[in-house]
Structures are given as structure tokens and as C-alpha cells.
Design a protein. Structure first.
Length: 186
């Protein structure tokens, strides 16, 4: 399985590395939609998210930089789950902004692009969920907590047993002392 991951991750990352380089070098904006299905436009993303740049070209460059960085990380196998999740977010955002844009000349090019993006999204989601055959952090945490709980319970039972024995010995000693004192007084 390690060989499969070593080969599959760079193959999955290749498109994002290429697209990231292209977007950073030349942030060509997508064509505006031809039919506007509503007169009002959604507020700009930059006004809703304060840390994003307002310039659309800078947004495209930023997305390209994220794709390039996350693609390289995924290809190298460094933080592959985080890189896959970041690439999935950029893929969804680019698919949403490109949705309905361009023309469909009957060749089905938009449909093919959408299916390609969906296929890549599926691969990225699988890569983001891949734990390399090791249990997840949540599973390991629950397991460790259960073992700790069992150990504490066992130790508490042992201490209770020791306290009970000590109390019993103390009661026996006091009873013996009372009997001895009673014999002396009689």
C-alpha cells in the first residue's frame, strides 16, 4: 500500500501544481457569465472575508499559490491529509466560480470539466481521509482513555482492598486491646 501512495499522490497533485504555477504566473480571470439569472450580484468575497485581497487577480494568485504549495506537499507526502483538504477547498471554490461560465457549444466540454473536477474531488477526499492504515487520532485517544480508566479503576479497587484489610486489622487490634484491658480489670 505504501508503494501505491507513493505513486498515486504525485499523480493526483500534478494537475494542481500545474494549475497553481499557471495561476501565479498569469492570473487570467474567467470569462463573465453570459446569462445572469438574476439582476443582483452577490457581494464580493473580499468584503465578506476580511483577510482576502479585494483585487480579483490577487485572489486568483492566492488560490494558485495554495494549489501549488498544497500540491507540492501532497506530491512529497508531507502533511498529505491537510494538503488534500486544502486542494479540495480550492477545487470546490474554482468550480463554483466557474460554474455557468463560458459557452456550451454542444460538445459537452463544460460537462467533461465538471466530471473531471468531481473525480479529482473524490480522489482528494479519499486522500484527506487516508490514515496510512493507522488508527485515527480520535480512536487512539479513546483507546488510551479507556486503558487509563481501567488502570485507575483497578488501582482504586486495590487501594480499597488494602484500606479494608488495614481497617479490619485495626478493628482486630482494638478488639484485642479491649479484651486484654477487660481481663486486667476483672
Amino acid at each position: 500500500m505504501a508503494v501505491l501512495r507513493r505513486v498515486a499522490r504525485p499523480l493526483l497533485a500534478a494537475k494542481f501544481i500545474r494549475d497553481g504555477i499557471a495561476a501565479v504566473r498569469d492570473p487570467a480571470l474567467p470569462d463573465p457569465p453570459e446569462d445572469t439569472r438574476g439582476e443582483r450580484e452577490a457581494p464580493a468575497l473580499a468584503t465578506r472575508v476580511p483577510f482576502l485581497p479585494e483585487d480579483p487577480e490577487q485572489l486568483v494568485r492566492l488560490q494558485g499559490a495554495v494549489q501549488l504549495g498544497a500540491g507540492v506537499l501532497l506530491a512529497l507526502g508531507r502533511a498529505p491529509r491537510l494538503a488534500s483538504a486544502a486542494l479540495a477547498v480550492t477545487l470546490v471554490s474554482s468550480a463554483l466560480t466557474a460554474g455557468g461560465r463560458g459557452t456550451d457549444d454542444g460538445s459537452g466540454a463544460r460537462r467533461v470539466d465538471l466530471l473531471t473536477d468531481l473525480s479529482l474531488l473524490g480522489g482528494l477526499l479519499i486522500a484527506a481521509a487516508d490514515t496510512h492504515g493507522k488508527p485515527s487520532l480520535a480512536y487512539r485517544t479513546r483507546r488510551t482513555a479507556a486503558h487509563a480508566s481501567d488502570a485507575v479503576s483497578h488501582r482504586a479497587h486495590a487501594v480499597s482492598h488494602q484500606v479494608g484489610n488495614a481497617a479490619g486489622a485495626t478493628v482486630d487490634s482494638v478488639t484485642h486491646s479491649v479484651e486484654a484491658a477487660r481481663k486486667r480489670l476483672s
